[in-house]
Design a protein around this ligand. Structure first.
Ligand code: FAD
Length: 339
């Protein structure tokens, strides 16, 4: 029987439980996994089912034990020497087989570089659909189906997608959007199983991992962000933003316009096609507030906008608005911080 026939039909009563496919790099759990566990818990409670955290790796006992404290009903740890480092073939094979065997009704994967590679391959293996890059998840009260919402048409509308004829319902979820699960004193049960992989299961091998040199914290984890748009005038404008960020102990980010102009690097881009951030303070300098930019920062606790156009849309989401030229306002703020 082909995989596609196994999970197609109208009777899904055997498909139960929400799974979060957690992500690890070098044996360390990534923050997106805790966010997905927070969201997965809410969905499982609304459906009235269980939440399972799925971990693939090799000898990462401490991390697996730690994951048992983040609200899941069970941690399912697949251990194998060939799962220590992510490879598409091995991960898709193991998770695909587990899904067909244990039949979860919903599977959440982070929309990270790894998740974006992995989730479609799992979906193809088990013969289901995939809603990529979700920013909102909910459950339909009447039939307990997953409501998966994601930006569509360049972010101009939000599309809510359901998966009526297949199981599991699969979503990749943007990092930085969902609330992290809280640490709990009580730990859930951990089931450890062997991966049973052989070298022949892995077609592409990882030969070497080269870490990118990074200064400061990743944008997704920064508490203070000073972000520049086209209004800062050029690459030299980022030196001004750096001075302000250093004074505040924050990180520098940007709109896509500055990345496209080569003023800064793509890892600094906030927005729909960049990073989603939720800092305590986001200072938008010379950024107009296009919908695609707002998609990545509007959940910040406090937004300060500096723009010379009083009608700029960024002021619609700002808690504090300063109408003026960034080249006058930012040096004035730095001077007052020094004082
Ligand atoms: P502009 O829109 O040109 O705004 C510049 C602002 O600076 C203006 O409001 C102006 O009044 C102000 N200004 C000018 N001079 C000064 C000064 N001296 N002092 C103070 N203010 C000044 N954009 C993103 O940012 N992130 C994304 O992830 C993203 N994804 C996209 C995905 C798609 C599919 C598409 C179609 C677009 C995407 N965009 C994204 C682009 C987005 O639509 C906007 O083009 C972009 O955000 C504009 O950047 P900006 O605000 O820096 O520039």
């Amino acid at each position: 029987m082909s995989n596609a026939k196994v999970n197609r039909g109208l009777d899904f009563s055997q498909w139960k439980g929400v799974w979060v496919i957690t992500e690890q790099r070098r044996g360390k759990t990534m923050g997106v996994s805790i966010e997905l566990l927070g969201e997965g818990r809410k969905l499982a409670d609304k459906i009235g089912t269980t939440l399972t955290a799925v971990v693939l790796g090799d000898g990462m006992t401490d991390e697996v034990e730690a994951l048992a404290h983040y609200g899941a009903d069970q941690v399912l740890f697949v251990e194998d020497a060939l799962l220590g480092v992510y490879t598409t073939d091995a991960y898709a094979k193991v998770i695909g087989e587990l899904i067909l065997e244990r039949q979860p009704e919903a599977v959440l994967v982070g929309a990270t570089t790894i998740g974006r590679d992995l989730a479609p391959r799992i979906a193809a293996k088990v013969g289901t659909g995939l809603t990529a890059d979700c920013t909102v998840l909910d459950v339909d009260e009447s039939d307990k189906k997953l409501l998966q919402t994601r930006p569509a048409f360049g972010g101009h509308l939000m599309a809510t997608i359901i998966c009526p004829n297949n199981r599991p319902q699969m979503s990749t979820v943007r990092p930085g959007v969902m609330q992290k699960a809280e640490y709990q004193e009580d730990a859930c049960a951990i089931e450890t199983i062997k991966g049973n992989l052989s070298e022949g299961d892995i077609l592409a091998k990882v030969v070497q991992i080269v870490e990118e040199a990074r200064h400061g914290v990743p944008l997704g984890e920064a508490e203070i962000i000073v972000s520049g748009g086209r209004g800062i005038g050029g690459p030299e404008g980022f030196e001004l933003l750096k001075s302000l960020a250093e004074k505040l102990g924050g990180e520098v980010a940007s709109s896509r316009a500055c990345v496209d102009s080569g003023w800064t690097t793509p890892d600094k881009q906030v927005g729909q096609t960049g990073v989603t951030v939720r800092p305590k303070l986001y200072i938008a300098c010379g950024i107009s507030g296009a919908i695609q930019h707002l998609a990545g920062m509007s959940e910040s606790d406090t937004i300060v906008a500096i723009n010379k156009d009083e009608h700029a849309p960024i002021f619609d989401v700002a808690h504090v608005g300063l109408v003026g030229d960034v080249h006058q306002v930012i040096p004035a703020i730095i001077a007052s911080l020094k004082a």
